[in-house]
Write a protein of this length. Structure first.
Ligand code: FE2
Length: 147
């Protein structure tokens, strides 16, 4: 989702948008077939991808704090992004980036967690949570609850 929020800041032309759509189409199909072959490898790959995103957003926040991105320092978060991340009225781009980074931390943890599970482990996805220490927790499930 955050891709669209950042795209809106730049409002790229049709060729850029088509390139992104084509890249996503290629990736989706490659990932789909890759997932059928090795789900854990795919989760590990996404976990590292998300880890890199967390690093990138951390560097971005550092640049903002050091005054290297003057325009973004004065830019309010787009309304749709603020609503999506439940940010308070008047939130700035920095607030949005912090929220996006927190989201990416969750994605990283969940993907590394699933990469560690055996491929055909039975997991009730409704009971997977991230705790306040950014660790993945799977609640114990009452077997009667499943019925
Ligand atoms: Fe993500």
């Amino acid at each position: 989702m955050h891709l669209f929020f950042f795209l809106k800041q730049r409002n790229p032309g049709i060729s850029f948008r088509m390139t992104i759509a084509a890249a996503q189409g290629v990736f989706f199909n490659a990932f789909f077939f890759g997932y059928m072959i090795s789900p854990s490898l795919c989760h590990r790959f996404v976990g590292y991808l998300e880890e890199e995103a967390v690093h990138t957003y951390t560097v971005l926040l550092d640049c903002l704090d050091k005054g290297k991105l003057e325009k973004w320092a004065e830019t309010k978060a787009p309304r749709e992004a603020a609503e999506y991340y439940n940010l308070p009225e008047g939130s700035m781009m920095r607030d949005l980036i912090v929220a996006v980074r927190a989201d990416e931390i969750c994605h990283r943890e969940v993907n590394h967690h699933f990469a560690d599970l055996p491929a055909y482990a039975e997991v009730d996805h409704l009971h997977v949570h991230i705790n306040d220490k950014n660790r993945v927790v799977i609640e114990k499930i009452d077997p009667d609850e499943r019925r």
